[in-house]
Design a protein around this ligand. Structure first.
Ligand code: AMP
Ligand code: MG
Length: 491
């Protein structure tokens, strides 16, 4: 173990030769710690106080390799906007290694923006401060909402100016993840018809993420089902909070079921299945309402890589995998309904609940009501204040019929109103990363090198369910003057 508490155990480097290129980060001129995630560092068994230093900045910029790390760039392929790119890989990232925390849990530690690698193609291997901070913030916000996500351990400025449309300060994100194995990692070897490596990767994945399937009759089919199950649960969580990933390419889908690779992502303001924020998604392929369908599409690409492992008779394998893929919408819908019941304060289950939930969404659609606020205000309605919701509508009568149905339904719940309202406030966040707040914080950081607003926003989002005085502006939708929001890819 090193001075800072890093306890590396690098199974990917040890067991998967041929799946990566050993590599070094590019030296940067003057690394400076922008943010260190003390809570996460402590959870990982690291000495946060010692890392809050020039030495820490040197480590998280890649200038210094901590003892036990074995930096490498991982190979992967991927379907980007539906088109296969046979070779992507870590073009601007390095896996430093795997950390074992004090509970024995294993975490990938990755640097993003650490310079060119053999997978860089035309890119410079760098990252700008804005996208680094955006990923930091969004990942932490998702984690605080209880949604599986990669986490930000540190953000470091490099002292370099990098060139995008304009010159921008360079930065590096140190992030941790259950792993960085993607659907695209399987695709990389499957499309090269390297079946031995696909099997090796599947076995590694099972041992690391899905040990329970080791003992079943067909572990590879069970692996598919287990991955699909985690994706279904994840997608339901995204949909319930109004999260739009923005670039659900197969190389951005984690086999471990975490939200990964925050680029042009955003939270929806008004409820709109067609909502798209990403400037590069002109066709709306990754629109809010399409996300579960895209997850199923991506899982189909994953299934294709497993055919030869599932059964020597490819017809049998395809038949079994197709049945599993076709089951995904039902698994997803069950997770979604379970989450919606909680959002509506329902602890018991009734046949009509799905329709009740859907009809609330239909009531919100096409109106200037904020999705997050509308759900949050439902607990006040339970406590006898229907105006909390009604006042958000220009035409309040449109929601009255639904309110009546919902209250009739609530009357059949065995719990007290106070308990129901309290539980609802634990699942309907009051604070989410609102686009105008994110933008304001990133602008101050990028243009004035001022992290004040960013830190404040991070702190607000660390407790998304707890209403606190003085934070009213964080619970409000963007002012009209903010206009149409566009997000850009983090490249
Ligand atoms: P992303 O859009 O971040 O999911 O990245 C897609 C692919 O492009 C990955 O293989 C990245 O490593 C690569 N990539 C993105 N930005 C850069 C960059 N600035 N330099 C080199 N490679 C990059
Ligand atoms: Mg990516």
């Amino acid at each position: 173990m090193s001075t800072y508490g890093f306890h590396f155990d690098n199974s990917y480097a040890r067991e998967l030769e041929g799946f990566f290129a050993p590599w070094q980060a590019a030296m940067v001129p003057s690394p400076h710690m922008l943010l260190l995630n003390h809570a996460l560092a402590t959870q990982l068994g690291l000495d946060a106080a010692a890392l809050e230093s020039d030495q820490g900045a040197a480590i998280f910029s890649g200038n210094e390799i901590p003892q036990g790390a074995q930096p490498l760039a991982q190979a992967y392929a991927g379907h980007q906007f539906g088109n296969l790119s046979p070779q992507l890989g870590d073009g601007r990232a390095l896996l430093l290694g795997e950390l074992l925390d004090p509970n024995g849990r294993r975490w990938d530690l990755q640097l993003k923006g650490s310079g060119r690698t053999p997978f860089s193609r035309g890119g410079d291997g760098k990252a700008a401060i804005g996208p680094v901070l955006r990923e930091y913030l969004m990942g932490e916000a998702m984690a605080a909402l209880g949604i599986p996500s990669t986490r930000a351990l540190a953000a470091v400025s490099t002292g370099e100016i990098i060139h995008r449309d304009t010159p921008l300060p360079g930065a590096i994100l140190a992030r941790v993840a259950a792993s960085h194995i993607r659907v695209g990692t399987f695709q990389f070897f499957a499309i090269r018809n390297d079946q031995e490596k696909v099997r090796q990767l599947a076995d590694y994945t099972i041992a690391r993420h899905y040990p329970a399937v080791q003992s079943v009759t067909n572990p590879y089919l069970a692996l598919f089902n287990a991955v699909a199950d985690r994706q279904a649960a994840l997608l339901a969580r995204w949909m319930l909070v109004g999260f739009i990933h923005g670039v659900m390419n197969t190389d951005n889908m984690s086999i471990a079921g975490e939200t990964i690779d925050y680029g042009p992502c955003a939270f929806m303001d008004r409820y709109d299945p067609a909502a798209v924020f990403s400037s590069i998604d002109s066709q709306g392929r990754y629109a809010y309402g399409n996300q579960p369908l895209i997850a199923q599409w991506n899982l189909t690409r994953f299934a294709e890589t497993l055919v030869e492992l599932v059964d020597p008779d490819s017809e049998v394998a395809i038949h079994q995998l197709t049945a599993a893929i076709n089951h995904f919408p039902k698994v997803y819908a069950d997770y979604w309904l379970q989450g919606m019941r909680a959002k509506l304060g329902l602890h018991t289950e009734e046949e009509q609940d799905q329709e009740l939930a859907q009809d609330f969404l239909t009531t919100l659609e096409g109106r200037s009501v904020d999705y997050t606020r509308a759900f949050r205000s439902l607990s006040a309605v339970v406590l006898g204040n229907p105006a909390a919701l009604r006042s958000q509508f220009d035409d309040a009568e449109t929601v009255d019929a639904w309110l009546q149905r919902w209250q009739d339904r609530l009357a059949r719940e065995p719990m007290q109103a106070e308990e129901i309202a309290r539980d609802m406030d634990q699942v309907n966040p009051i604070y989410i990363p609102r686009n105008h707040k994110v933008e304001e914080a990133l602008n101050a950081a990028t243009q004035n090198r001022d992290l004040g607003l960013f830190r404040q926003l991070l702190e607000v989002l660390a407790e998304p369910f707890t209403e606190r005085p003085g934070l009213e502006s964080y619970a409000q939708p963007a002012p009209e003057s903010f206009g149409v929001y566009k997000t850009f890819c983090g490249t």
